[in-house]
Structure formats: C-alpha cells, structure tokens
Design a protein around this ligand. Structure first.
Ligand code: TYD
Length: 412
C-alpha cells in the first residue's frame, strides 16, 4: 500500500513537523478482517506530529484514502439513536438559521454516509447533494431519497457542481474534514462552491477535549488531523475565510462545531474570541502541551494493561463492548488481544464474525454479550456511555462491571 510520501512536513503550512507521539505499527482502525486476511493485513507506522505554524496536530504518515473509504467501508452512521437525534438537531439549527437563502437554498454535505443528516433536508424538499466516497454507504443514502454522488470532494469537483447546479448556501460535514489529507484542496473547493453569503459548518472530535481527557484513541488512520479553533482559523485563513461561530458538542467524547464564512461577510460571534483565548491558555499552540499529553498517554496505557492483567490473574473474564475504530488504537497500543479479552460485541452486522484489526479479537453480535456476559466489560465506545449504560442495566444488575479508560482508567 502506498503512503503519503511528504512525510514530516505539515500538510497545511508546509513547515517541518515535530514528532510528539509514536504508537508503533498499527493496523487500519476500521480494518476488521476474516481469517483468510490475517496474513495480508496491512500495518503502518502511526506517529503524530505538530507544527507551531499551523497549530495543526496530525498524523505524520497515513494510508491513502482509497484504502480506507471504499465499497465495503464498515462504518454506518445510523447505528446510534443518539447520533440520529444529534444530526436531526444539527440539520434543524441550519434550517432555522439565517444562513440559507429564502428561495431555493442548496445544501451540500461532504461525507454524508448513509444520509443520517441530509435526510432531514430531503424530507423538507430542500435542494441538497451528498458527497460520499464509500459506494456502499452512498447507496444506502440514495435508497432513502438523499441525492448522493460517490466521489471524493476536491476543487475540481466543486467547480463541476457549481457549473451543473450553482453555488451552495451551506457546506456541511460531520466527522469527515479531519479525515482528509488533501485538506488544502478541499478548502479551496469550499471557497469556490459557496455563495458570497454561504457558510461552511462542520464538526469533528475536538483537540481540547482529547488533551484534557487523554482520549488518545481518537488517533487512528482516518483521523489525519485533530482540529482546534486555532488550527481551523489558520487553515481557512489561507483562503480568506474566517470563523464566525463555534459550538462545543458532546458527540465523539467531545467535538467542536465550526462555522466559517468568507472574510467580512458576517459578524464574528463572541464564542470565537473566547475559544481562541481559552485554547492559547491551554497551550494548544505549543509543542510542550503535546509532550505532556504523551506522558499521560503512556500512563493510561500502563494502568489499563495492569488492571486487565490483574483481573485475568484473578480468573475473571473480560470482554470489549463495541468494535469501534478508536478501540483499534487502544487495543494495539496496549497489546490487549484474545488472551485478555474473550470477545468484542458489536451491533454492526458486517463487523460480526470478523476479527478486530491487529490484535484479532473475535467480534460477535450483541446477543453474545446478553447471553454470555463476562465479569468485566471494557467500554470501547466510552463516547456512547450514557446510551449504553441505560440499555445495559441488566448487565450491572447481574453483577457485571464496566472498565473505562477515559478520562482515567477505572472500574465503574
Ligand atoms: P463510534 O463511537 O461511532 O465508533 P468509531 O470509533 O468507529 O467512530 O461507535 C460506533 C460503533 O459502536 C459501531 O461499531 C457500533 C458500536 N455500538 C454498539 O455496538 N452498541 C452501541 O450501543 C453503540 C452506541 C455503538
């Protein structure tokens, strides 16, 4: 597999990257595999670097996107009721805002997945277009009436859309922008696609939360960047765009929603000024902050390994709950395999019957957890803790215990 060869240079500023953390060889976060694929499993060297110029934390090397977002991509957004509700209210906020034209507004979403957000626009007959590189999930979106093209977004595609359908009022994205190594071209495309009054509104896991919670599992092949308001302001500033609003979100264990517009076209909200001040105070512009983060990550790893090994030594059974992409980083970095964890249960049919990437723990249907619960369950989808705890009351009632590793390693 080819990797980006412009290693060690910031993808945004071109300045040299300082290496801040090395996770060793890692498989693809969503690379669930069958027995026959074990010998050809792909690993890459996962390291993150930081540039004080762009203030952008990023992977130093990553597999090419075509290998990750393909026609059998295993991530479907509509697996969580909380996420359904989240995207409904995201859409409602956009619909109720003054950003959309009164007549025939046009909304584009990048990485619309199975249509979880855009269906809220299609139901209201708002002109929309989803862009989704993974053909299998794009097909699901089209099936439910969300007009989607299976493609990678670029300046070239933006020009094509403008010539075929005109400019857009809003460009939306959720948990997608941070996936794109060619982010400069995407920002150029957004600039070209938006009307003078157009806005881009997107959200991604938030670096400030990742640092505060030591949630290093947000680092995996798909998350090329971990954004802050500082780095987003720098990135879009290159195309004469600016932040006009920011709004923290609970999703993915702490995300940030950024709203940007062509420079000078809207008043900048106080939320932006406040967040930029807060980020400088937190040190999100300084390499030293990430060196401290590295020490916290190393401590988290040794505490988690010790806890699980101690439980096994006492004859306890441990499972993993939810075969998330982020769990791939934790399990591989900590070296937690089938000797320590019996199985990982997950509700996604195409992950079931497969092995988890790298460490090869069997992924089983949720029913296995119901019928054969382990003494302890490592909550690999800690970001969905409220939803999961609510529906797994019987597990705890029956004596089962949860292990969480964010923000600190503990048994609940
Ligand atoms: P998510 O945090 O979105 O994962 P990722 O790290 O990949 O972004 O969680 C989605 C995964 O968790 C998906 O494989 C389904 C699984 N899941 C369950 O199995 N049960 C649940 O109750 C929830 C909320 C998720």
């Amino acid at each position: 597999m080819k990797v980006n060869m412009k290693k060690n240079l910031c993808r945004v500023s071109g300045a040299p990257l300082a290496k801040v953390l090395d996770f060793g060889m890692q498989p693809l976060g969503n690379g669930f595999l069958g027995d026959k694929d074990i010998n050809t499993e792909y690993f890459y060297s996962m390291k993150i670097g930081f540039s004080e110029v762009s203030m952008m934390l990023q992977l130093i090397e990553q597999p090419i996107p075509e290998k990750m977002f393909h026609d059998h991509y295993a991530f479907y957004s509509s697996t969580s009721k909380v996420m359904e509700q989240h995207f409904k209210s995201f859409a409602e906020e956009v619909l109720d805002s003054n950003y959309l034209s009164k007549s025939d507004p046009f909304v584009v979403e990048l990485g619309c997945n199975d249509g979880i957000m855009l269906k809220n626009f299609s139901k209201k007959n708002i002109r929309h277009l989803g862009i989704e590189p993974s053909a299998n999930v794009a097909e699901e979106a089209n099936k439910i009436g969300v007009r989607t093209r299976s493609d990678f977004f670029s300046k070239k595609l933006a020009d094509k859309i403008v010539s075929e359908e005109g400019k857009a009022d809003a460009f939306l994205a959720a948990n997608v922008m941070c996936h794109i190594p060619e982010i400069l071209d995407v920002v150029k495309g957004i600039k070209a696609l938006l009307k003078p009054s157009g806005v881009v509104i997107f959200e991604d896991p938030y670096l400030g939360d990742i640092i505060n919670k030591t949630s290093y599992d947000q680092i995996y092949d798909e998350h090329v960047f971990l954004f802050s308001a500082l780095s987003i302001q720098y990135l879009f500033g290159l195309e004469e765009m600016e932040l006009i609003d920011v709004s923290p979100q609970k999703t993915h264990g702490g995300s940030m929603r950024y709203t940007l517009a062509h420079r000078g076209s809207y008043a900048v909200k106080d939320s932006v000024t406040q967040l930029l001040i807060k980020e400088r105070a937190q040190g999100l512009d300084k390499i030293a902050t990430f060196e401290e983060f590295r020490a916290n990550v190393e401590r988290s790893r040794s505490e988690l390994i010790t806890l699980i090994k101690d439980l096994k030594a006492k004859g306890k059974r441990v499972s993993g709950y939810a075969a998330t992409s982020k769990s791939t980083t934790v399990l591989n970095y900590c070296g937690i395999g089938p000797d320590l964890i019996d199985y990982i249960c997950d509700t996604t049919p195409i992950k079931q019957g497969k092995l988890s990437p790298g460490v090869h723990i069997p992924v089983v249907p949720h029913e296995v957890f119901k019928n054969d619960p382990t003494d302890y369950a490592l909550l690999l989808a800690w970001n969905h803790a409220d939803e999961i705890m609510e529906k797994e009351k019987d597990y705890v009632g029956g004596g089962g215990k949860w292990i969480v590793h964010v923000p600190t390693v503990k048994v609940l």
